[in-house]
Design a protein around this ligand. Structure first.
Ligand code: IYR
Length: 222
C-alpha cells in the first residue's frame, strides 16, 4: 500500500498464538462478568479515574480520525439533579403512553420504570455527545461515520469502566435534547448516551439472563 511520510512503524506487542488464545479466553471471561447496574453507591470515584476511562474511550477508531465526540463528566450535584429531573419527566411520558405495549412487555424482566435515582446517587455521570460536524473557527468541517465512531468509543468506555472495577448503565432517556441545554453544548453536538459511573451498592441485584451462545451469534465461512 502506498504511504506518505506521515507513517511510523507499528511496534506494539506481538503475541504467540498460544498467548493470544489464553488472553482472549481470559478477557472473554472477564467481560462476561460485566452487567448493567441500576443500584449505585454514592462512594466517590477520583477524577483521575474518570479521566483515564474517558481517554481510553477516546483512543477508539473514528472516521478519518476525526474523533467526533465530547464526553461531559458531571459530578456537580445541582447539575446531576437538573439532569435527573428532566430525564424523569421524559421517562414518565415514555412509560405512560409513548412506549408500545410490546416494548413495555419486553422491558418487564428488567424491572425498569421512570424513576432514575441513579442519576443523582452515582458520583459521576458521563454524557457522550456526538459531533455531527466540527468548527474550524467559523468554518464547518465534516465528520464521517459519526454514529459508528461514537458507538465504538462508548463500547470501549463501558469496557474501561468494567476493567476499573466500576459499574455503569447505558441510559437512553428519549428524547434527550435536554442534555444539550442543561450542559450548554454547542449546536454541532448531540447527546448520544448517558452513563452513570460508580460502585454498586453491596446489595445490588441484576436480572437473571442468558447470553446468546456461539451458535447463535457466529456464522463461520471457513
Ligand atoms: N429509556 C428508558 C427505557 C428503556 C429502554 C430499553 I430498549 C431498555 O433496555 C431499558 C430501558 C429507560 O432508560 O428506562
Amino acid at each position: 500500500m502506498a504511504h506518505s511520510d506521515n507513517f511510523t512503524p507499528y511496534t506494539a506487542q506481538r503475541l504467540s498464538a498460544q498467548e493470544s488464545t489464553q488472553r482472549s479466553a481470559d478477557f472473554r471471561a472477564y467481560m462476561d462478568q460485566r452487567r448493567s447496574i441500576r443500584f449505585f453507591s454514592d462512594k466517590p470515584v477520583p477524577e483521575e479515574v474518570i479521566e483515564n476511562l474517558i481517554m481510553t474511550a477516546s483512543t477508539a477508531p473514528s472516521g478519518a480520525h476525526k474523533q467526533p465526540w465530547t464526553f461531559c463528566a458531571v459530578s456537580n450535584p445541582e447539575i446531576k439533579a437538573a439532569i435527573r429531573k428532566a430525564a424523569e419527566e421524559e421517562e414518565y411520558k415514555s412509560y405512560n403512553g409513548r412506549m408500545s405495549d410490546e416494548w413495555l412487555e419486553d422491558l418487564k424482566p428488567f424491572g425498569t420504570d421512570w424513576h432514575k435515582e441513579f442519576l443523582t446517587i452515582s458520583p459521576w455521570l458521563i454524557i457522550v455527545f456526538k459531533k455531527a460536524f466540527d468548527y474550524d473557527g467559523e468554518e464547518k468541517r465534516k465528520n464521517y461515520y459519526v454514529n459508528e465512531s461514537v458507538g465504538i468509543a462508548a463500547g470501549m468506555l463501558i469496557s474501561a469502566i468494567h476493567n476499573a472495577g466500576l459499574v455503569t448503565l447505558t441510559h437512553t432517556p428519549s428524547p434527550m435534547n435536554f442534555l444539550q441545554k442543561i450542559l450548554n453544548r454547542p449546536d454541532n453536538e448531540r447527546p448520544f448516551l448517558l452513563l452513570p459511573v460508580g460502585y454498586p451498592t453491596d446489595d445490588a441485584v441484576v436480572p437473571v439472563l442468558r447470553r446468546k451462545d456461539e451458535k447463535e451469534v457466529i456464522v463461520y465461512y471457513k
